[in-house]
Ligand binder design. Structure first.
Ligand SMILES: [Zn+2]
Length: 313
């Protein structure tokens, strides 16, 4: 039997994870390296000379030049947290490795916190993932499709345009061998020329070759300097269309994640987070060990976001 090398990769085991990030001091060290890769620099005056005090067990840096005290976690997603960083890091690890998603309820049991705390951690970490995903554009050959969250199926064409669903664009770029490389899943106000034009300018590099079905609005990708090829789908099933194989595969995996781990959530409020978190994992699936380390860095570098903002979305 031929093993799928991506599916069967080792990743980072729980013992490996605890070895690397199992203590509060190891987690503090990781936050320090992520925030100040070249060593601590005072955010007020830019001086590097400092001493380290401790407050509630966490480092507090005092600048020799201006005397300002800077806490390790002030200004980050961890700001004001009463939880040990080891719990945060374990949550990051579990979320990063859960290909089929991880519910806030499961996270609550796994890390031993209350449900509201688990929900907040989950959403803060997903926010960091979605923000990171929003920074890059797709290029080369890209398959696109229109899809909905909250429909009978994540990628469902039936019911296109019906109510109580969040429309989003699913796009997958291919490498030179026709293998999927990166995915982007972006909520849009609707499938209009204006919405697709705006989406394409933000998410596609100029010169991208876009393949879509016959939905008229996708022609607007040319506004972003992309070329556009139409494959009329008609009444055929998506599985009968090799041209759309990868975008359909991604939508199938997304459907599995939503129906398995999350069942239902406030789609309209939180769609961008769930879609961004899914794409984050998908785009880093080639190296699951590296994925943990990258996500730790991305979470540590994310600015503080008050609970009120996380809940309101
Ligand atoms: Zn200073």
């Amino acid at each position: 039997m031929a093993y799928n090398l991506i599916q069967f990769q080792q990743g980072m085991s729980l013992p490996d994870f605890f070895q690397a990030f199992g203590t509060e001091s190891a987690c503090c060290e990781a936050v320090l390296r992520a925030r100040w890769p070249g060593g601590f620099v005072c955010p007020r005056c830019g001086s590097a000379a400092h001493c380290v005090l401790f407050s509630l067990g966490r480092p507090l840096f005092q600048c020799h030049a201006c005397r300002r005290q800077t806490s390790l976690t002030a200004g980050t997603l961890f700001a004001g947290t009463k939880l040990p960083l080891t719990k945060w890091f374990l949550a990051i690890f579990l979320i990063s490795q859960a290909k089929t998603g991880l519910s806030a309820l499961q996270l609550m049991r796994d890390i031993g916190v209350s449900y509201p705390t688990s929900w907040l951690l989950h959403h803060k970490i997903m926010t960091a993932m979605a923000a990171r995903e929003a920074q890059h554009q797709l290029s080369g050959m890209v398959q696109v499709d229109d899809a909905y969250l909250g429909g009978e199926r994540a990628g469902g064409k039936p019911g296109r345009g019906s109510e109580n669903k969040v429309p989003f664009v699913a796009a997958v770029s291919l490498d030179g061998l026709g293998h999927p490389r990166f995915a982007k899943l972006t909520p849009v106000p609707g499938f209009t020329n204006q919405a697709i034009s705006t989406w394409a300018q933000a998410n596609l590099a100029s010169g991208t070759s876009v393949l879509s079905d016959g939905l008229a609005c996708f022609a607007a990708v040319t506004d972003a300097g992309c070329t556009h090829t139409v494959e009329v789908v008609g009444q055929r099933k998506p599985r009968d269309l090799p041209q759309f194989k990868w975008v359909n595969t991604v939508l199938g995996n997304l459907k599995t994640m939503i129906s398995g781990a999350h069942k239902a959530f406030a789609y309209a409020k939180y769609a961008d987070r769930y879609l961004g978190a899914f794409a984050y994992r998908f785009n880093r699936r080639f190296d699951l060990s590296d994925l943990v380390v990258r996500l730790i860095v991305d979470v540590c570098r994310r600015p503080a976001t008050p609970q009120r903002v996380i809940r309101q979305a």
